[in-house]
Design a protein around this ligand. Structure first.
Ligand code: NAP
Length: 299
């Protein structure tokens, strides 16, 4: 498996496994452990989580896996997130909101450590841009967590370039990634400067929902039908098993070094993402898919 270097001493597997839907997989700890070991055998060593996933349960589900086989921890990188507070009727919040205060970042990271049964987080991301973010306060929280060895690196998610610059200016450590939505169906982050900044800052992006949350497989919108046709045509041309492999290969042709996060708990679907690493699209094939998504030729 290809590795992507984010910083000196930090690399991710090109394909990442995401745990957002882990509560829906209804797996026993043994089944989740088996899936994790299968990922590691495929070379997928990076796992993406968040404090709020599964209504604050998904970190704990993975923590049980690590408790069952603690030696696996050293063979992987764990990414998790903080900064969103969900009103779930149990924690006293009356509405969903964002919080990037020093207190929340520290509390949330410490809870993540407990839930995940680990004594360090490889990368902690601020999940969404918080309108009330005070960069100096974030810097204090990051510095303390790093000094204590609880978090090794920090990054952001769903940030625009100006937001990355604003936060980075207060930090004495580099933001190592921006995790954003990227797919054949969602092109905004290709065109709004996010990927340009990732290249400029040598900050490889992670792509969430690389398969459009699975919607592309069944959606009957004109756009989805057009894109599916283009993907199937390309799949036949380049010898892909199916259109999902083309969607991953299409993302990975971009020079920013995009790391797709696979959202499925089914090993055969995770295998498809790994297969895509050997597929190559030429520029015309890439742009044919771009144009199918855009709905009109390039100018
Ligand atoms: P995705 O891969 O775009 O979507 C996964 C969904 O697609 C699953 O429901 C899966 O169903 C379905 N699917 C996959 N292959 C399929 C096929 N061939 N036919 C039909 N359905 C298919 O990714 P995602 O789960 O939306 O997101 C991936 C990860 O990104 C998450 O786990 C999380 O770690 C991260 N994320 C981050 C943010 C953020 O704000 N930072 C937001 C969203 C997600 P099965 O489960 O049945 O295979």
């Amino acid at each position: 498996m290809e590795r992507v270097t984010l910083q000196e001493g930090l690399s991710f597997s090109r394909i990442v496994h995401g745990h957002w839907r882990a509560a829906d997989w209804n797996k026993s700890t043994q089944e989740f452990l088996t899936l994790t070991e299968q990922c590691l055998e495929l070379g997928i060593t990076t796992f993406d989580n968040a404090n709020i996933y599964g209504d604050y349960t998904c970190e704990g589900l993975f923590g049980k896996v690590l408790k069952a086989k603690p030696y696996l921890r050293d063979r992987m990188e764990i990414v998790t997130k903080c900064g969103i507070k969900l009103a779930n009727g149990k924690n006293g919040f009356s509405l969903n909101h964002y919080d990037s205060s020093k207190e929340h970042i520290i509390e949330s990271a410490e809870r993540s450590l407990k839930e995940l049964n680990t004594d360090y987080i490889d990368v902690l991301l601020l999940h969404r841009p918080d309108v009330l973010l005070d960069p100096d306060e974030v810097a204090e929280a990051f510095t303390l967590l790093k000094k204590q060895g609880k978090v090794r690196h920090f990054g952001v998610s769903n940030y625009l370039p100006s937001q990355v610059n604003m936060l980075q200016a207060s930090l004495n450590m580099p933001l190592v990634t921006n995790q954003v939505e990227l797919s054949v169906m969602y092109r905004d982050n290709f065109e709004n400067g996010v990927l340009d900044q990732c290249i400029e800052k040598k900050m490889p992006p992670m792509a969430w929902s690389p398969l459009n949350q699975g919607l592309i497989f069944t959606s009957e919108t004109e756009k989805a039908i057009r894109v599916r046709d283009a993907l199937k045509k390309t799949a036949a041309e380049i010898g892909a098993n199916d259109m999902d492999e083309v969607m991953y290969a299409w993302l990975m042709k971009h020079p920013a070094g995009i790391m797709p996060i696979v959202g499925s708990g089914r090993i055969e679907r995770i295998q498809s993402a790994v297969n895509s690493l050997s597929l190559k699209l030429d520029r015309q094939q890439w742009y044919e898919i771009w144009v199918s998504s855009r709905g009109r030729d390039v100018d």
